[in-house]
Design a protein around this ligand. Structure first.
Ligand code: NAD
Length: 356
């Protein structure tokens, strides 16, 4: 029997609630699909600061490297908002990403038929949307040197090396091969030299993937096309800053932040987390939606542990639970048959998984 070690970081706010439900679902799917999971908990963010005086303790940064994947809830909260930058929970997360070398951020956007009215866009525009943004995560303008804030001017540098572009492009093409076989590379090659190199390298990489279609799109046009006709996209490949903006825009196609998962992967490690934050306003009330974290665990099974059937099983169970009308409070106004707690939603998905 295959055995995997999973690092668990529950974090702050609703983090512990949503991660506990996800573990329930993982236990159910692993029993069903004949592999075993063991968990080890690590601290990060506010809770780590409270214990260690450091939001990213060495014990966590090193410890998680001895596991097969990291499942993460969320960090942050008012309690830590006045701390200096290097002590804040968000700094802990950035350090963890850097320590793991996770350069590719994957954000799928799926529109569930049952929740089609949760989006602000018209149903005929979003019905059947199934796209994935592959964003470069640890390079580009957010990290480029030189950078400075001076008295009368300020600047940042958008820089990418050939190797950095190549590795993220390869990830996007590999993933497109497992999906519908199309990559849309988004850049600003009509204005930026860094985008001209981006385009050149992406085209070189594309030669190794004859079964994947490549198209290029300028970022301003992409921002418009995502709203106009999102169904045209399969995999969107883009740089750090463009991906930051476009993935938030794309996430709104599905309507609710509590539904969307993400994966951050590199050559060895992977970090799987919901796109939302720690939601301190609803923490401890049992009303948080655990689906985004549960769907992140499905991504962990697919991309990290290569347990594709188990990943599909979780995703199908989520769809069926929604189809049967079960809703947490955040999505309760869309065709709800029964409003359930965080705990009940986790249990329902775990049960549906065992019946799949
Ligand atoms: P947030 O995503 O935590 O919450 C935004 C709104 O969405 C809130 O009304 C919240 O109740 C709701 N919401 C979020 N997740 C939900 C869920 N699963 N179910 C139901 N409702 C949900 O963003 P925010 O309020 O801007 O930030 C709160 C804290 O989270 C801050 O400290 C911020 O720095 C941190 N944060 C952390 C991450 C992360 O851990 N990756 C990401 C974003 C924000």
């Amino acid at each position: 029997m295959k055995k995997y070690k999973i690092a668990i970081i529950k974090g702050d706010g609703i983090g512990p609630e949503i991660v506990d439900e996800t573990i329930k679902v993982l236990d159910s799917v692993s029993t069903k699909h004949g592999f075993s999971l063991s968990y080890k908990e690590y601290l990060l963010g506010g809770e780590a600061y409270d214990v260690y005086g450091d939001p990213a303790p060495e014990e966590t940064l090193e410890g998680v490297k001895n596991t097969d994947a990291v499942l993460f809830g969320a960090i942050g909260g008012e309690k830590w908002d006045t701390l200096p930058r290097d002590k804040r929970p968000e700094t802990g997360l950035l350090k963890l990403r850097k320590a793991l070398g996770v350069y590719a951020n994957l954000r799928p956007v799926t529109v569930y038929d049952e929740l089609i009215n949760a989006s602000t866009l018209k149903p005929n525009v979003i019905k059947g949307v199934d796209l994935l943004v592959v964003r470069e995560l640890i390079g580009g303008i957010y990290f480029g040197e030189p950078r400075a804030l001076e008295e009368d001017r300020a600047y940042n540098t958008m820089v990418y090396s050939r190797d950095e572009i190549k590795r993220i492009a390869k990830k996007a093409f590999e993933i497109a091969k497992q999906r519908r076989g199309k990559v849309t590379s988004v850049d600003k090659a009509n204005v930026l030299e860094v985008s001209q190199l981006w385009r050149e390298v992406v085209e070189e990489v594309a030669k190794d993937y004859s079964d994947v279609t490549l198209e290029h799109m300028y970022v301003d046009n992409a921002a418009m096309q995502i709203i106009r006709d999102p169904k045209q996209f399969d995999v969107i490949l883009t740089s750090n800053i463009f991906g930051d903006i476009l993935s938030d825009e794309a996430s709104m196609l599905s309507g609710s932040i509590g539904l969307l998962p993400s994966a951050s992967i590199g050559d060895r490690y992977g970090l799987y987390e919901p796109i939302h934050g720690s939601a301190p306003d609803i923490a401890g009330q049992g009303i948080a939606n655990p689906i985004a974290t549960i769907a992140s665990a499905a991504m962990m099974l697919r991309y990290q542990l290569k347990e594709e059937k188990a990943a599909n099983c979780i995703e199908n169970a989520i769809k069926k639970v929604l189809k049967d009308g079960y809703r947490t409070k955040d999505i309760s106004s869309f065709d709800a048959k029964e409003i359930v707690t965080t705990y009940e939603m986790g249990s329902l998905i775990a049960q549906y998984v065992s019946k799949e």
